[in-house]
Design a binder for this molecule. Structure first.
Ligand code: TMP
Length: 200
């Protein structure tokens, strides 16, 4: 089963991922951007304020393709529980925003680029924070963490949830870290028990 963690910068994904790791030591924990050389190229692009947004989309997408081949598909073939901190929805939401005005219907474009070959998540925990809270917590260390941009990213995530409500579990991430971790742990247990805890 492939479960992804998504949310705006500052939503606390990393803290949640660490807590889930303690609970599920046998699961495969991974992330995008990855730690491979493809991921390294992505990080260089994130740090470059003048990176071309189309070039950047394809760097992220190359990293995803390599990640699928090296980590995600083999782990799923071995029947592992895979937990991934950011995955395709990050591209749809973030590059859907950064390509605004560059291509028509950017989020649909980015989804279309992935659809023929990606492996969609079975479930997605969405850590929901207001973009202003995200910006404050993330302390704007990169170009993706600016308020106006994050607001647009948040709208894209909402659109994705509307498209596939059955896949998403919405977690109010403005609460204390303990409450957020508790809610994420509960949601994951219920998903593993085959319960429906989607936003439908
Ligand atoms: P991180 O904060 O989870 O390490 O992610 C790094 C930044 O990269 C974050 O601002 C979100 C952004 N990002 C994208 O824009 N598109 C993507 O596909 C991914 C995986 C991350």
């Amino acid at each position: 089963m492939l479960v992804t963690l998504e949310g705006l910068d500052g939503s606390g994904k990393t803290t949640v991922q660490e807590a889930l790791r303690d609970r599920h030591p046998d699961a495969v924990f991974t992330r995008e951007p990855t730690r491979s050389w493809y991921g390294e190229a992505v990080r260089r692009s994130i740090a470059a304020d003048d990176a071309d947004p189309i070039a950047e989309l394809f760097l992220y997408t190359a990293d995803h393709a390599a990640h699928l081949a090296s980590t995600i598909r083999p782990a799923l073939a071995a029947d592992a529980l895979v937990l991934c901190d950011r995955y395709t929805d990050s591209r749809y939401a973030y590059q859907g925003a950064s390509l605004d005005g560059v291509v028509k219907r950017p989020m649909e474009y980015v989804r279309g680029v992935h659809q023929p070959w990606t492996r969609p998540p079975d479930a997605t925990l969405y850590l929901d924070v207001d973009p202003r809270v995200g910006v404050e917590r993330a302390s704007a260390t990169n170009k993706f963490e600016r308020a106006g941009f994050l607001a647009q990213v948040g709208e894209n995530y909402e659109q994705l949830i509307e498209y596939e409500p059955e896949r998403f579990v919405r977690i109010d991430a403005e609460r204390s870290p303990e409450d957020v971790i508790g809610a994420a742990e509960d949601a994951l247990e219920r998903l593993l028990d085959g319960e429906d805890c989607s936003v439908r």
